[in-house]
Design a protein around this ligand. Structure first.
Ligand code: DAH
Length: 338
């Protein structure tokens, strides 16, 4: 029996020695050491031995088990190490491979237009001013020369919080707020921001949109200064080959007032015009309410719709695209303007 056991150990150790991969090692373990493995079967043979030989034989079987276990362990370690070395050898890092692509967001097209206009005007010495979106009737209308019963209010119905508090219908109230803040000092500002109107949404209307207001107050300001500022802005936005056309219009806060069209080349090669903004010389009443003497100071103002600019610039077919947060739409504006 002992001889058989010694033979078994030798055979097992030879096999372990010869094994060349991890599944092979595992197979040997199962064959010798599992519950029904050869070494365990030897343990079962104890019963066939005379009582006095049993402890010595049992010990031998245990030693055999340990010997084989140890050999398996050493072999397994060696194989794992060899495998690791092999992968390290094979998996050389290729530093020329492109790195991971991180998904990078982009600036919203409306904000790109705003930043673009700010860039221009800040360069011309204007400050950027802001005001609240929840506005008092006083600033939104009264200070803009639209008294309570003014018919032009009808064009700017809004969302009211109470009788005197509303979501502002235009960025013009920032004019009034800044005038009061500057206390009669000359000023040049642009005011970008969200505005609201009661409107049914469709491809060209939105109850929420954005405007950029411009206001300059100083002495010796003429209509030519307004025209110059407008032409600079339009050419900055649309290209140096554009011209503008001013048409007489009406706004309660300017006098005279104009509607401004920008030129474009039609499909047949002829010149066409599209309306892009409203402007004018600041109405004396507005100057007075803002704390400026209209006999000493003059000013000009303009208000431009940001969506309209973006729609024309980027050829967008539905104003609602700006607000629905569709990544397929927004990701088209990566890096535009920068
Ligand atoms: N506030 C006007 C609107 O929302 C736009 C506008 C027109 C603003 C003429 C001005 C201006 O400052 O001078 O319809």
């Amino acid at each position: 029996m002992i001889e058989y056991l010694i033979e078994l150990i030798k055979k097992a150790l030879d096999e372990v020695h010869a094994a060349h991969d991890l599944p092979g090692v595992e197979e040997i373990r199962v064959r010798y050491l599992s519950k029904k493995g050869e070494v365990s079967l030897m343990m079962g043979k104890l019963r066939d031995l005379p009582q006095e030989e049993r402890p010595a034989f049992g010990q031998k079987v245990n030693e055999a088990k340990e010997q084989i276990e140890h050999a398996l362990y050493v072999k397994k370690q060696a194989l794992e190490e060899a495998e690791l070395l092999k992968t390290l050898e094979q998996e050389k890092i290729d530093v020329t491979l492109p790195g991971y692509q991180f998904y990078q967001g982009s600036i919203h097209p409306l904000n790109q237009v705003i930043e673009d206009v700010e860039d221009l005007f800040v360069g011309l010495g204007y400050e950027v001013a802001e005001g609240p979106e929840v506005e008092n009737d006083h600033y939104n209308f009264e200070m803009m020369n639209l008294a309570k019963d003014h018919p032009a209010r009808a064009m700017q119905d809004s969302f009211y919080i109470d009788e005197n508090t509303l979501l502002r219908t235009h960025t013009s109230p920032v004019q009034a707020r800044t005038m009061l803040l500057k206390k009669g000092e000359p000023l040049r500002i642009i005011c970008p921001g969200k505005v609201y109107r009661r409107d049914d949404d469709d491809p060209t209307h939105s109850h929420q949109f954005m405007q950029i207001e411009g206001l300059v107050i100083d002495q010796n300001i003429s209509f030519a200064n307004l025209k110059d500022a407008l032409l600079k802005m339009i050419r900055h936005l649309f290209g140096e080959d554009r011209v503008i056309r001013l048409r007489p219009s009406y706004f309660p806060f300017t006098e005279p007032s104009v509607e401004v069209d920008v030129s474009y080349v039609k499909k047949d090669g002829s010149l066409g015009y599209i309306e892009v903004l409203g402007a004018g010389r600041v109405h004396p009443n507005v100057l007075k309410m803002g704390g400026y003497d209209p006999l000493k100071f003059q000013g000009f103002a303009f208000g431009i719709g940001v969506e309209r600019i973006a729609i024309l610039k980027y050829n967008i077919d539905d104003i609602r695209h700006f607000y629905t947060n569709d990544i397929r739409f927004l990701s088209q504006f990566k890096g535009v303007n920068r």
